[in-house]
Every structure is written in C-alpha cells, then in structure tokens.
Design a protein around this ligand. Structure first.
Ligand SMILES: Cc1cc2nc3c(=O)[nH]c(=O)nc-3n(C[C@H](O)[C@H](O)[C@H](O)COP(=O)(O)OP(=O)(O)OC[C@H]3O[C@@H](n4cnc5c(N)ncnc54)[C@H](O)[C@@H]3O)c2cc1C
Length: 445
C-alpha cells in the first residue's frame, strides 16, 4: 500500500509530491493530461506578494507571499529572476501618498533581504517613462520576481521522482472508494486501468477539485470553488528595457505589461471574469482583448489595437468561494480541507498562488502528520530545485546571480509553454547537463 495519492500535476500537486517524497513517504502522483497543462502554465508568471491585495487588507497573504518570494528566488534562480515594476502615478486614480504607503508596507512586510527597495522616478530623470504618455510624470519603481511557471512545475516533478515518487502523466483518477483506513483508487492511463491502495489522498485537482470530491459517489452538497478566468495578450515589444509596468485601470483593477520571451514581446494581463464553461479549453474573448488593449493604451503613447495582438492565453483561477461580490475581490489565498469522517482521510486544496506553493505543500503535509506518522520533518525551505544551485549575490543596489552568467545558455531552453510539457522535460534534462559546468562557476550555495 502507498502512503499518498496526489491527484493533479499542477504546481500544488507536484509541490506536495516533492515535499512528501523528500520526507520518505511512498508517493504516487497522477495527472489526467500533462504536467502544468492547465492553470499552472497560464499565470502571469509573477513570484510576488500581490501589491493589490493590500487594498483588500489581505496583509497575511501578502506577507506570506513576500517571504516565499525570496525563498523561491534562492531555490531556483535559473528559472526565477528579479524584475523591476514601474507604477505610473495616475492623478485621477489612487493618490500618490496611498501608493507610497502601500509600497512602504510591501518593502517591509516580508523581510526583504535580496531585492532592491522601491524608488521614486520622475520623467525628467529617467528614460523608463519615455514609452508612456506625457501626462505620466511621476512613477514608483518596486521589485518582484518573474518565473517560468511550467518549468517550476516540471522541476518539482523531476525532484519528486528523484526522491522516489512515481509520476504518472496522462493518467486520470476515475474512481475513489473509501475504506476504514485506506483508499482504493482507479487510475486510468495510456496502458489501461489499474487499481491501487493508498493510506491518504491529496486532491490538488485545481479547477476539478469538486469533481474529485465526487469520485467516491458523494458529490459535495454545494461547490467550494469559484472559477475566475484570467486572460493575457501578447504583442510585439511595446517598450524598451527590462522593467515591467503596473497599470491602474479606471474600474479599480490593475494590469501588468511585462517583457516576454527575451524581451521580444510584451505580455499584458490580466482580466478577471467569472467562468463556468469548458475547463479543459479556456480561451480569451474579443471583449477581453478589447479591455486589455484599452487599459494599456490609456498609458502607452502608442495605442495597442486588437490587430497588434500576436498571441493570447487564458486560465482559470480555482478560488475558494468566500462569497465576495466581485470576481477580482475573491481571496487569492489557499484553503486546505481535511476530511476523514467516514474512514481514510482526503485533503483538498482550494485556491492558492504559484508563489505560495512550497509553503502550501508544507502546510498540507502538516495536516496529514497524524495519518502518516512515519513522515520525516519539513525540508524544502532552503533546498534547491534541480539545476538551481547558483548563489544569489547582491552587489550595491544591484541584484546579480550566477545564473545570470549562464542565462545566455539556459534561456533558449527555458521558455514557459502553455502547451504539453514534452519540451519541458527536455529542458530539465538540458539543465541537468549544464549542472557540472555551472557548479564549476559558482559552487553550491
Ligand atoms: C490568469 C492567471 C494569472 C495568475 N497569475 C499568477 C501569478 O502571477 N503569480 C502567482 O503566484 N499565481 C498566479 N496565478 C495563480 C496560479 O496560477 C494558480 O493558483 C495555480 O497555478 C493553481 O495550481 P493548481 O496546481 O492548484 O492547479 P492546476 O495547475 O490547474 O493543476 C490541477 C491539475 O489537476 C489535474 N486533474 C484534475 N482532475 C484530475 C483527475 N481526476 N485525475 C488526474 N488529474 C486531474 C488537471 O488536469 C490539472 O493539470 C494566476 C492564475 C491565473 C488563472
């Protein structure tokens, strides 16, 4: 009998599988499609505290995410890197004092050690506002990080497998039968059906969490999830420089414009739209494209039209329904629910962010501690992901890291792809090959 079945090969499922395997547990992960095929490759790809959640007084989430930001940067500097965000002051929207206060909190809430702090930019003394309309004369520049989201998922799966987990892609869990002290699960994969036994089940099925809860024949009385679609557009490079923009919209929402694919493109997103359609195929609508073009064009000198859009991608946020009226106000924090009333336990993961997956995984395993007493201590804080052995170094106000030195080699094979992950696996093996060379450069941190 195995210790844990993890259902779902997104960031939360692979993160939990890696953590559990490293604690000496016998882990199987099944993913009905490919690793990171759904929400975990459709994010804005930020490792961030979430500046806008301060406005919702969600200080606990922002602090947790800010702490994780530097933990993850140290763990995987080959696929996560610092980015400066320029937030232009819009006179008719939030007052400058409020933004300063928010950024002061953002700089100090999460024990920032590596990333440079916020600074004020004025048009006359910086080129970073040149791409924007002349009315934007003042801006605030702050730090966050960017991640190759699908690669983060693959690296967690690679590490989980290296530590003994069995990773079954293209394999759906189609039935769960609960017994007093174990689960019987039917796994349907490319080679057919098989039935296995597990002491515990972790339901990390993202937008399908409620469906998995119904696999034992007892659907939840009312759904826990609220699905909110977010879409991005990709246009040719709309501004020069490595920095991203943080734009405030008149409707209270915000959007990012981020250098994408080695700066050759600009990624703009995102929307926040309630969603009930096909979860396997999530697509942008013409209205969302128009919304994103209009929002960015309120800032850029050169307007963006739907004809400029060269690519799009969309994903659904599987948020825990806290009954917020507005889709963009539903909490982005995660909720874990362990249920064991009628026998063996199942732990379900609702919501969450890429940024908090490692901490979520630790928390999930703490919830199962009594069910799996042979579990070893937590270990992932401070552990590198495969290939991430470079030391992150600060010099003056600049952030440099050894991975930058080899980024010229790694980045061509580091592209995040919203599609199937065959390329991702190759990428990982490419990273493994680079390892001896990079180890020679920096030595383990
Ligand atoms: C537009 C958008 C932007 C975002 N931007 C950010 C950001 O910048 N930073 C950030 O930190 N977070 C961001 N997020 C949030 C983040 O992307 C999600 O919280 C996270 O990816 C959810 O991961 P997950 O593992 O729970 O779900 P998923 O990645 O969807 O994984 C769940 C997996 O379960 C599988 N599955 C379902 N049912 C079964 C079954 N029966 N058997 C086997 N497998 C099954 C599915 O195929 C799926 O692959 C964003 C989200 C969206 C939508």
């Amino acid at each position: 009998m195995h210790d844990i079945l993890v259902i779902g090969g997104g960031i939360n499922g692979t993160g939990i599988a890696r953590d559990a395997a490293g604690r000496g547990l016998d882990v199987v992960l099944c993913e009905k499609d490919d690793l990171a095929q759904h929400t975990s490759s459709a994010s804005t790809k930020l490792i961030h505290g979430g500046l806008r959640y301060l406005e919702q007084y969600d200080f606990a989430l922002v602090r947790k995410a800010l702490i994780e930001r530097e933990v993850l940067l140290r763990a995987a500097p080959h696929i996560i890197w610092p980015m400066r965000f320029v937030l232009p002051h819009h006179k008719e929207l939030r007052p400058a004092w409020l933004i300063r206060l928010g950024l002061f909190l953002y700089d100090h809430l999460g024990g920032r050690k590596l990333l440079p702090p916020t600074k004020v930019l004025r048009r006359k003394s910086t080129g970073k506002l040149d791409a924007l309309k002349d009315q934007y004369r003042l801006a605030f520049e702050y730090s966050d990080c960017w991640v190759e989201d699908s690669r983060l998922v693959v690296l967690n799966a690679v590490d989980a497998r290296k530590r003994g987990a069995e990773i079954m892609t293209r394999t759906a869990c189609t039935s769960l039968t609960r017994h007093a002290d174990y689960w019987e699960a039917v796994l349907q994969g490319p080679k057919g059906k098989e039935t296995r036994q597990f002491r515990t089940v972790v339901n990390a099925a993202g937008a399908w969490v409620d469906d998995v809860l119904g696999l034992d024949g007892e659907a939840p009385e009312k759904p826990h999830l609220r699905l909110v679609k977010g879409s991005h557009i990709i246009v040719p490079r709309w501004h020069h420089g490595d920095h991203a923009y943080f734009f405030q919209n008149g409707d209270g929402r915000i959007m990012f414009a981020i250098p994408y694919e080695r700066g050759e493109f600009t990624l703009i997103g995102t929307t926040d739209v309630p969603y009930e359609a096909n979860r396997d195929k999530v697509e942008i609508t013409p209205e969302e494209i128009a919304y994103l073009c209009k929002g960015a064009s309120a800032y850029y000198k050169k307007a963006i039209t739907p004809a400029d859009v060269v690519g799009t991608y969309s994903g659904v946020r599987p948020l825990y329904d806290d009954h917020a009226v507005n889709a963009s106000k539903v909490t982005r924090d995660y909720v874990l629910k362990r249920e064991a009333e009628d026998g063996a336990p199942i732990l379900s993961v609702f919501g969450g962010k890429i940024t908090t997956y490692r901490e979520l995984s630790e928390h999930a395993l703490a919830e199962l501690k009594d069910d799996l007493p042979n579990m070893k201590r937590s270990w992932t804080r401070g552990a590198h992901l495969p290939g991430g052995i470079y030391r992150v170094v600060i010099s003056g106000n600049m952030l440099t890291d050894w991975s930058c030195a080899i980024r010229g080699w790694t980045r061509p094979c580091c592209r995040a792809s919203p599609g199937p992950m065959a390329r991702g696996w190759k990428t990982c093996w490419a990273m493994q090959l680079l390892r001896p060379i990079s180890a020679g450069l920096s030595g383990p941190a």
